[in-house]
Design a protein around this ligand. Sequence first.
Ligand code: PXL
Length: 269
Amino acid sequence: MVPMVDFALVVAGSEASGGAGIQADLKTFQQLGVHGSGALTCIVSFDPKNDWGHRFVPVDAPVIADQIEAATAVHDIDVVKIGMLGTPVTIETVAREVSARSFKHVVLDPVLICKGQEPGAALDTDTALREKVLPLATVVTPNLFETKTLAGVDDITTVDELVAAAKRIHELGVPFVVAKGGVELPGPDAVDVLVSDDGVEVFSRPKIGEERVSGAGCTFAAAITAELAKGASVRDAVAVAKDFVTAAVEARLPSNAPFTSAWQGAYAG
Ligand code: PXL
């Protein structure tokens, strides 16, 4: 018997420690029973000699295009997650390659800044992401900072303000906006809001500690992607992803760096 397995593609960067990036995405797919294909956009190596800053190397644009071609030629894949892109050239390439194919869902985790980048370059990257990739997204999963940036609001301190900002991003044309309050949104709970034409839904769990956990955002968006690949509605995919990331954060792994890492193996389903 050939097992019935669903397929998903991730286009993202490598984060060598395995907490975040494509490593987190592929582990999440696997844990949810989805076959993961992956196209690498860049390589991030934290620098233990320099306050764990991000060393960043982009993959050449034609090589990114080749990987997307290879993955989508080998398998019929109709759901893609886009993670860290990193440069305007990468963004243009990924936008072109993704729009040349008819994906049913494009889940965009809009990773806006990487610590290692120059502010000028980061601004170019933000603009390119907003102009070229955001219009392709069916689902976008901004954290609090990214929500403020994409919505063009100065501050978000309440769930109502988070919903209002998510509505602004929805009005930019993204069908499903999942804005994440995370540990930075004041209050006892980790709150995510889903805004779509169907209305607003709030997903809330008690905060687990007050520190950010490396890879939590990647894991959350990857879990949404995997569930969509299995045929779930966006609403149900977000509900499973919230459970998945809560389990991964509860079981977070200590490290020698000043941060913990999400553990995708914790989710039992
Ligand atoms: O968590 C955001 C993120 C995504 N992708 C890569 C990263 C990071 C953060 O370090 O390195 C490759």
